[in-house]
Design a protein. Structure first.
Length: 490
């Protein structure tokens, strides 16, 4: 990705792209246009009307610089959001690839520099993420990704912003690329190897706790869920230590069930193939840790990923079992398909005991109840700390990854009390399924500020998922950009 500071019409390019507001008679940032080109643009502006997402390509008659000009509609100015340019930039990038271009250029509207509705980062994120395509197992690969040049009027600090945005987008794409892998290509061991690769490349500490050590050290949840599969469970720990030595870290925990059959409480066959996405929480943490290290953020961050494959078999854990979790509490198993909270509880307790963190954030495709409650475009968050929740909400607005807070009071905590153990791993019937799952996690920690993301509805594109150019079909990488925004502001 390149940056150019010049009169936009003087940029030699195969496709020069500019943004247009609805009912506007000008292209934002486009200057010094000759007579023939100006006439073509004016006619195109009348035809397209600047409607959101509408693209119009016109030739550049007699122009020795841009071969073609693309006008991209932003919609009404009063309707512009943080996501508008990200979405439209993605549409532009996909059109450039469709035209089989080697490169294209986008004019950054100077009028947006000081406004909150957009920034240079949204062009970078939108165009880069929209060009990602999961074609690893296709004989016919996607067209080569065209190079992008962003044209700006002033380059002050913009190069740094572009580089940061590229790293953030790459972290999201990395998350998607692993999350999209099928279960025969991504086991807990595979995930551990990805973590080792990231740590080696970015000079982070990496520690993998395997089956025998997990059992020996009392990780009862991870051991129980993983014992039914020949693919051994792993606890993956990554450490980015770039802050003061005595500064407490932020601990990120991500559920990574590389495939979830439901175990003995077997899921229905319909859409079971989508359970390869049950590792998305862990993949999110991997993508964040990769980006944190590449950004060289001057903070301490720990990523913890409990990874298992939940399979039925002769050694599987059963409904009726009682297991002891890492934190010391016991759990009665009523449903082996409520496995995510068991492995997360172990990881949260370990993170708190080992690192005494200033905050803990977990991500999990945890409950179908979350999709019933909030659909497929908004993640549920549940927290024990208002200040942390506010910071997460602010980051959510910046990255347009929507969240909605659900309550967690003593009534919900009481719903997971067991007659024969400290807790049971499901609540009462179908009532408040997302919250009772979070209540189980809340029992795993003491007073550390904590926030839980249930990303079951947003981790991959589903039937009712809103179309976004930068979220092609498959895993979305939800949460990577949001948490990186939060971490960069610490």
């Amino acid at each position: 990705m390149k940056i150019k500071t010049e009169s936009s019409i003087k940029k030699k390019t195969e496709l020069l792209c500019g943004f247009v507001l609805e009912n506007s008679n000008k292209v934002l940032g486009l200057t010094k246009i000759d007579g023939k080109t100006a006439s073509s643009i004016n006619q195109s502006l009348k035809d397209m009307d600047g409607k959101l997402g509408k693209l119009n390509i016109i030739p550049s008659p007699g122009d020795k610089y841009a071969h073609r000009i693309l006008l991209a509609g932003l919609g009404k100015k009063e309707d512009l959001t943080n996501d508008t340019i990200r979405y439209v930039s993605g549409k532009i990038a996909q059109k450039a690839r469709e035209l089989k271009l080697k490169e294209f250029s986008i004019i950054f509207p100077p009028s947006f520099v000081s406004e909150s509705i957009s920034s240079i980062s949204q062009i970078v994120e939108g165009s880069k993420m929209a060009l990602y395509k999961f074609d690893k197992f296709k004989s016919e690969k996607a067209e080569k990704t065209p190079d992008l040049t962003i044209i700006v009027s002033k380059s002050n600090n913009i190069s740094k912003t572009i580089r940061t945005s590229e790293i953030v987008a790459d972290g999201t794409i990395f998350t998607k690329s692993i999350a999209n892998l099928p279960p025969n290509e991504c086991t807990p061991t595979t995930l551990a190897n990805f973590a080792k690769m990231v740590s080696k490349k970015n000079k982070m500490k990496c520690h993998i706790i395997s089956k025998l050590e997990l059992k020996k050290k009392g990780f009862g949840g991870i051991s129980a869920v993983g014992q039914g599969s020949k693919n051994e469970p792993k606890l993956i720990v990554l450490e980015h230590s770039n802050g003061p030595r005595n500064e407490k870290p932020i601990v990120l925990v991500g559920k990574a069930v590389t495939f979830d059959t439901g175990g003995i409480s077997l899921k229905p066959g319909d859409k079971m193939d989508e359970m390869k996405f049950d590792k998305c929480g862990g993949c999110t943490v991997l993508g964040i840790m990769k980006a944190v290290s590449e950004l060289k953020l001057p903070i301490n961050v720990v990523g913890i990923i409990p990874s298992v494959e939940n399979m039925p078999g002769g050694e599987s854990y059963r409904p009726g079992d009682i297991i002891k979790l890492y934190g010391g509490k016991t759990a009665e198993i009523l449903n082996t398909d409520a496995e995510g909270r068991l492995i997360l509880a172990d990881a949260l307790s370990y993170g708190e005991k080992q690192y005494s963190p200033k905050a803990m954030i977990d991500f999990a495709t945890l409950t179908g109840a979350c999709i019933v409650a909030l659909g497929t475009n908004v993640a549920a968050i549940i927290s024990n700390n208002k200040k942390l929740t506010k910071k997460i909400n602010d980051a959510s607005k910046n990255t347009s990854e929507e969240v909605w807070e659900l309550p967690l009071n003593q009534d919900y905590m009481d719903m997971i009390k067991s007659d024969v153990a400290d807790m049971k791993n499901v609540g009462i019937g179908r009532a408040a399924g997302t919250i009772t799952a979070a209540a189980f996690l809340r029992n795993a920690i003491t007073d550390t500020p904590w926030i839980h993301f249930d990303i079951a509805g947003v981790a991959w594109t589903q039937t009712a998922t809103k179309e976004k150019s930068y979220n092609p079909k498959g895993a979305t990488g939800f949460g990577v950009r949001l948490i990186l925004d939060y971490l960069q502001k610490l």
